[in-house]
Design a protein around this ligand. Structure first.
Ligand SMILES: NC(=O)c1ccc[n+]([C@@H]2O[C@H](COP(=O)([O-])OP(=O)(O)OC[C@H]3O[C@@H](n4cnc5c(N)ncnc54)[C@H](O)[C@@H]3O)[C@@H](O)[C@H]2O)c1
Ligand SMILES: O=C(O)C(=O)C[C@@H](O)[C@H](O)[C@H](O)COP(=O)(O)O
Ligand SMILES: [Zn+2]
Length: 364
């Protein structure tokens, strides 16, 4: 298929399996190339992305055995029972190691589809077609796949890099504005940890950052994906700098669990970034709290949370994946675009930072 010049492709230089994220209107059409060697293709989607999945499957149907699997929406799809249903379907349809899984949806779908592909026959190919902004700029890139469990968010999963990521910007047109804002939370994260130019672009025109049909969103997508690609290309399995991508996620994951996964991930990350910024300030690092709050609020993201008390959130944060034994580890900013993994954060400072997130004011 002829590639239009307006498409952008960001390479992800994974040492074992390099791949590309293609961004632009119509990039989903590249699936035919990536599916060339497969006899069978399983397209996993939700009700909200069924039209997109149908469009994607249509050109493959004459030449291949195409199975479409609809899973429950959002975090309900990231569940062991749903994964088991996918395994059943792949078994019934006799998927082999040359066959292909395609995830068409937001980050919840690509996390689940990626994990189904990672585990079926100990690993078959997956191509992601993210349909949410968050899925495009973060979840579908980098190979983290998984499900939630009673103990917490994403606690079971596998690293399984995709063959390709097809960010077809046409699909973002049906995305509700609240979901677009959620995607901006992870884009803002990329700005604070590595590319402050992203922050300036959003600060200059927050409305445009929420409009997927304009020119700014593809630019932000490419820049945020480039940030992630640079990190995961070097550290797929999070032995080092990949943890920087978890900026804001320590509190975010605890909040998501306490909200029974009904709060949107991007919204929880927004609150979590305010918490991490305040924690950085309180421990003598950069004071970026006002900038973090202002940019998030400019695109309609929450910066406050009072739905759970400190003790229960802190208890959940003690099972964060970044921790080592009893030692908690946080991603804090020494300066703008200078993240660090910090393990000596006093519990008192953590509690104090939560007071700001809860009430809007740091205690005297
Ligand atoms: N694997 C990773 O590296 C990684 C990174 C970031 C986030 N995540 C995970 O991604 C998930 C969050 O992703 P998300 O924000 O995309 O959430 P989501 O997948 O739940 O999608 C959000 C909502 O948008 C709807 N939607 C998606 N695309 C649509 C479209 N084109 N039109 C209309 N509606 C559409 C969905 O149906 C859903 O209701 C979380 O589970 C998070 O843990 C994973
Ligand atoms: O890719 C990563 O690494 C990230 O931390 C990106 C996060 O935005 C994402 O939410 C990821 O799923 C969190 O990973 P986890 O290992 O903390 O569950
Ligand atoms: Zn995230």
């Amino acid at each position: 298929m002829a590639r239009l010049t307006r498409w952008r492709s960001v390479p992800v230089n994974d040492r074992e399996r390099p791949y590309e994220a293609h961004i632009g209107a119509g990039t989903a059409g590249l699936l035919e190339e990536y599916a060339a060697d497969a006899d069978r293709v399983a397209v996993i989607h939700t009700a909200s992305t069924e039209p997109h999945a149908r469009e994607i499957a249509a050109p493959l149907i004459d030449a291949k055995h195409v199975v479409t699997l609809e899973i429950p929406d959002a975090e309900q799809g990231k569940d062991l029972s749903v994964l088991a249903q996918c395994w059943e379907a792949l078994g019934e349809e006799t998927f082999t190691r040359t066959d292909l899984v395609v995830g068409v949806g937001g980050g919840a779908v690509t996390d689940l589809a990626g994990f189904a592909a990672a585990t079926w026959l100990r690993g078959i190919d997956v191509v992601h077609v993210p349909t949410s902004l968050l899925g495009a700029v973060d979840a579908s890139v980098g190979g983290k796949t998984g499900i939630n469990t009673a103990a917490g968010k994403n606690l079971v999963g596998a690293f399984h890099t995709p063959r390709a990521v097809l960010c077809d910007t046409r699909y973002l047109r049906t995305l509700p504005e609240r979901e677009a804002a959620g995607g901006l939370a992870e884009i803002v994260k990329a700005g604070f940890i590595a590319d402050p130019g992203i922050l300036e672009l959003i600060e200059n025109d927050p409305r445009a950052a929420l409009d997927p049909s304009g020119d700014l969103v593809p630019e932000l997508m490419a820049r945020a994906i480039a940030v992630k690609a640079e990190v995961v290309g070097e550290d797929l399995k999070e032995t080092g700098k990949r943890a920087f991508l978890n900026f804001g996620h320590t509190l975010a994951h605890a909040i998501e669990k306490h909200e029974d996964y009904r709060m949107r991930h991007g919204e929880a990350v927004a609150i979590g970034m305010v918490y991490a910024a305040e924690l950085g300030r309180l421990t003598g690092r950069a004071d970026l709290v006002a900038r973090v709050e202002a940019i998030l609020e400019s695109v309609g993201l929450p910066t406050r949370y009072s739905g759970a008390d400190w003790d229960s959130l802190h208890g959940t944060m003690l099972v964060d994946k970044k921790n080592r034994g009893a030692t908690q580890r946080f991603v804090l900013l020494d300066a703008l675009a200078e993240p660090a993994v910090v393990s000596d954060v006093p519990v008192e400072a953590q509690r104090e930072a939560f007071a700001r997130v809860r009430e809007g004011e740091a205690p005297e």
